[in-house]
Ligand binder design. Structure first.
Ligand code: LMR
Length: 293
């Protein structure tokens, strides 16, 4: 129902996507939706300005996000192949888990196909901002309407880093104990939902809402505005090759990835302890390229 989207082209390996697309066309005021299945991936991505990938397979209780590489990488590789053949200049936004590994994986694949543009590959970590906002507002007993806490790092239990020292409005303050409790809580929420859903999938509606929030801003960038949006992308500033944080994005992609700025001691500790995990996840993603190509 995002009014900025004119056409939505859905792809799945299975033909049932055609029915899903038909059903979405019944929503008045929405975009024109078409379904593409099987061998039609090239046609699905051909004229898109923004290509968005989701999980092919959600987590089950007991799975870590990194366990999902084998389940989700093949389809992402096919999307990259289709981009190389049909639409090398599109923005690629990846919500496919494990995001920490899938963004480096797709980047390496696009590089092998000769079309890698680090400024146009985005991992979507917006759900961590939404969760932090909701539960911080609850802890402080304030409205979540205008509350904003930047979240940086990556999208996993060891790498999600809310920056409470940059929370706005500035009159809201969390003490160090609350910062630690909220950080540990928010880091586990995705896993907790997978557990509570007892094998029937992972968080869906909140993630969809957050993906739409991110894409909404990205569409503004595609349409010519310079915007700020949080994404996990190529980033040289933290000791890993990829890192999430608020980036400046324009019509040709990322203009300025998130840069280091002053952190408090707790945030510095979180950043330093996340980097080895991000490096491990980046290596897992890049190593998986050798399995497929
Ligand atoms: C989430 O955080 O809810 C998603 O990454 C899905 C998952 O498997 O946790």
């Amino acid at each position: 129902m995002n009014q900025k989207i004119e056409r939505l082209q859905l792809y799945d390996t299975h033909e049932k996507i055609i029915g899903a697309a038909m059903a979405l066309n019944h929503l008045p005021g929405g975009p024109i939706v078409s379904g593409f299945a099987g061998e039609k991936l090239g046609a699905a991505v051909r004229s898109s300005e923004l290509i968005l990938t989701l999980h092919r397979v959600p987590r089950k209780p007991g799975n870590k996000r990194e366990d999902m590489i084998a389940a989700n990488a093949l389809l992402l590789q096919k999307v990259c192949r289709a981009m190389a053949d049909e639409n090398p200049n599109a923005f690629l936004a990846i919500a496919t888990n494990p995001i920490n590994s899938m963004v480096p994986f797709a980047s390496s694949i696009l590089y092998k196909y000769g079309i890698y543009n680090p400024f146009k590959v985005f991992g979507i970590t917006q759900i961590d901002i939404a969760r932090t906002r909701t539960y911080t507002a609850e802890a402080l007993q304030v409205s979540n309407q205008n509350l904003f806490v930047p979240v940086i790092g990556g999208h996993s239990a060891e790498t999600i880093i809310p920056l409470f020292s940059y929370m706005t409005p500035v009159e809201h303050v969390v003490n160090p104990c609350q910062a630690d409790t909220l950080t540990q809580f928010v880091r586990k929420l995705g896993t907790e939902i997978v557990f509570q859903k007892q094998g029937s999938g992972s968080a869906v509606v909140g993630v969809a809402h957050s993906i739409n929030e991110f894409c909404d801003t990205l569409i503004d960038a595609i349409n010519g505005k310079e915007v700020e949006a949080t994404c996990y992308s190529a980033n040289p500033y933290f000791g890993s090759r990829f890192f999430a944080g608020p980036a400046t994005i324009g019509p040709y992609g990322i203009v300025q990835p998130f840069r280091k700025f002053p952190f408090n001691d707790y945030e510095t500790f979180l950043v330093n302890s996340s980097v080895p995990f991000i490096n491990r996840d980046v290596n897992l993603g890049e190593d998986y390229v050798k399995v497929l190509l």
